[in-house]
Design a binder for this molecule. Structure first.
Ligand SMILES: Nc1nc2c(ncn2[C@@H]2O[C@H](COP(=O)(O)OP(=O)(O)OP(=O)(O)O)[C@@H](O)[C@H]2O)c(=O)[nH]1
Length: 644
């Protein structure tokens, strides 16, 4: 190619680029779609195109992109005539419908027939309402027509009905085509499911993981449904479905497995809820359902059915996982008449369902708001108390029943909040569990107690063995044993100086895992005590297999010593069996001489309670220590016996 030919080649292309750009700019400036017939010289052949340009708008009505769809019309010479609109429409992938200014359908293209099932003969002369699904409110259509009148276009997702009766979502753009006099001459509606534009729009309105409508689309649909329910005086409810303890699955098996579970849950929900209800992913592990035209009883049954349906296990990468969930429900109009209000109150009801133990549904009730508010205040207070180290550890002494000497103490938490005042442990511990703060809090206490023991030892004092409570959630931490050992080592505290107290329930959650963990703790020389013994359902046969040093008889039994023969029998049985298994027994909540006498009679080794001491501050407690040189307190744990 000569230099002149090369220049000519580039000239031709830059000229074509300028022409195309001019057409793009024109479509952008006019903010309407435009159609044109174009010829492109590819150098090796001429191409004739029917091009349609669509501006793509953001929510504020600004143009964010321009989409050009061009269809080759054939080589010049093969097709001598200029492309007609019908020709371009016939080749388009998207459904196209053209109406006159009154909305009467003039023509449709082949893609329209493919998507809707209606031929041109079926719809010519009819109104587009032939496609209506009945799922949109009057207000929805009013907004559509208003937008067409004001801006000359409308764009959005619409649920339409095919000739077969099936309802389908489509991304629709309608243009009002005006004549020179400014009057609307016709409307062009373009819809389909194969263009990049629709794909982009779909992505902004749908959740990428599950393909469900996202929160944005949920809010739009909910607003439409509210308007529709108001107009038709129909019922409407919002169900918020949140998976229970989903975080544990992410934490233990990884986000990938969590993602797969979310996808399968979405699929199961799709199957469980028929098309009449709109399902969306509201965010995280939360799904929302817009329930239309059901009575309260029907909604109740739907919620119970949904929980049932989800609670069947899911098999993901070889793991059997639970899809158990909680549901909060709000009703229109009594619980709110806006999308935001209904969702907020469904969320409050959901919070209540979680607080009451999960795997249940709750309808919103006005009094829940106060409860939720209280819990949120408590949770915020807890977070601040943890951050600002506002918890005080007090020590309740433990006494040998036979000789009366000090043998240990249980570290107990006290919280005096600047706003909430004294908050009892029975209130803040469950709240910390509920808020997912119990592990952080327990670790803080452990570190605090070990630092105090280290300080006493540095001061030459000889503290007795200190018992520290361990939460069930801590046992699930994979590096719990290492963490405890590291804390002991860095503070220079011997393992025998502490005893870890666990509840029966926390062991029974995963007996195998707990057994391994306890073995490792005792191998390091740490004593183990079972708290609140007798209140759970664990059998001594199970516990006998675990390396446990001590059983604590729950104070409810001790309180019953005076008047309830069965409580006395239970205590006797616990003590006898514990001794047979090589464990010592400590009775909690001893308040009277009679209780003490009975327990001594049964050879219960130790006790704690107001009869001996109330919980004491660290300073008051240390005054009980035996001075150096005196008889040493029993700081070392008795050997645990494992019965196989
Ligand atoms: N795998 C995965 N996890 C997500 C996704 N979005 C949010 N999450 C996680 O989902 C969890 C949801 O938190 P919560 O609902 O408070 O936790 P939960 O364990 O289910 O607790 P409850 O709802 O109180 O039973 C968080 O740990 C998020 O990190 C996602 O797309 N994929």
């Amino acid at each position: 190619m000569s230099r002149r030919q090369i220049y000519a080649h580039f000239d031709r292309h830059s000229q074509q680029a300028r022409q195309m750009r001019a057409r793009d700019l024109e479509a952008v400036e006019r903010t309407v779609h435009s159609e044109s017939a174009e010829e492109i010289d590819l150098g090796y052949r001429q191409v004739r195109l029917a091009a349609v340009r669509f501006p793509i708008f953001d929510e504020a009505g600004r143009i964010t992109a321009l989409c050009t769809q061009a269809t080759e019309l054939g080589r010049p010479g093969l097709q001598a005539t200029a492309p007609s609109a019908a020709d371009a429409m016939g080749r388009a992938d998207e459904g196209v419908m053209i109406t006159d200014a009154r909305g009467v359908i003039l023509t449709v293209n082949a893609a329209f027939t493919r998507i809707t099932g209606y031929s041109l003969q079926d719809v010519a002369g009819k109104l587009p309402s032939i496609l209506q699904s009945g799922l949109h409110s009057q207000e929805f259509y009013e907004r559509l027509w208003l937008s067409l009148a004001e801006h000359g276009r409308w764009q959005g997702e619409i649920q339409n009905r095919r000739k077969s009766g099936e309802i389908f979502p489509e991304w629709l753009t309608i243009y009002a085509v005006k004549g020179a006099d400014g009057e609307v001459q016709s409307y062009i509606a373009i819809f389909g499911d194969s263009s990049a534009r629709q794909c982009v729009e779909f992505m902004t309105m749908h959740d990428g993981l599950t393909g469900l409508p996202n929160r944005k689309l949920l809010m739009e649909r909910l607003s439409d449904c509210i308007a529709d329910a108001r107009r038709r005086r129909d019922s409407l409810a919002v169900m918020l479905i949140d998976l229970d303890n989903f975080k544990d699955i992410n934490d233990s098996l990884g986000h990938d497995v969590g993602d797969l579970l979310l996808q399968q849950v979405a699929e199961r929900l799709r199957r469980c809820l028929c098309d009449a209800h709109t399902l969306a992913r509201a965010g995280g592990d939360e799904f929302a359902v817009i329930v239309r035209s059901l009575t309260i009883d029907e909604i109740r049954r739907l919620a119970a059915h949904t929980l049932d349906y989800l609670s069947g296990s899911f098999c993901i990468r070889g793991h059997e996982l639970s899809g158990a969930a909680s549901i909060g429900i709000s009703l229109f109009p009594e619980d709110g008449d806006t999308a935001t209000g209904l969702l907020q109150n469904a969320d409050t009801a959901l919070y209540e369902a979680k607080a009451q133990g999960r795997n249940r549904f709750r309808f919103f009730a006005a009094e829940m708001q106060a409860l939720v508010q209280q819990r949120m205040t408590l949770e915020a207070g807890l977070r601040a108390a943890i951050d600002n180290d506002r918890f005080e550890v007090v020590y309740q002494p433990q006494t040998a029943l036979a000789g009366g000497e000090l043998v240990g103490a249980e570290a107990l938490l006290r919280w005096k909040d600047p706003v909430l005042g004294d908050v009892p442990a029975a209130r803040f511990i469950p709240a910390a569990v509920e808020a997912g703060l119990i592990v952080t809090l327990s670790e803080q206490v452990l570190a605090k107690v070990l630092s105090r023991i280290a300080l006493w030892r540095r001061q030459g004092l000889m503290p007795p063995r200190i018992s520290i409570n361990v939460a069930a959630q801590q046992l699930r931490e994979p590096h719990f044993v290492e963490h405890v050992c590291e804390l002991l080592e860095t503070r220079g505290v011997p393992p025998a100086a502490i005893c870890l107290e666990l509840t029966e329930g926390s062991l029974m959650e995963d007996l195998e895992g707990a057994s391994q963990m306890l073995s490792r703790l005792t191998e390091h020389g740490i004593a183990i005590s079972i708290d609140d013994f007798g209140t759970g359902y664990s059998s001594l046969a199970y516990l006998g297999r675990l390396p446990i040093h001590e059983l604590k008889v729950d104070q409810s039994f001790v309180r019953g010593i005076a008047g309830e023969a069965n409580k006395r029998s239970i205590i006797t049985a616990i003590i006898d069996m514990a001794h047979a298994l090589g464990m010592q027994v400590l009775a909690e909540g001893i308040e009277t001489e009679d209780q003490l006498a009975f327990l001594k009679d049964q050879h219960c080794e130790m006790g704690q309670g107001y009869l001996f001491h109330r919980p004491l501050s660290a300073e008051a407690f240390e005054r009980l220590f035996v001075p150096c040189g005196g008889p040493p307190p029993r700081a070392s744990a008795p050997a645990a016996r494992v019965v196989s």
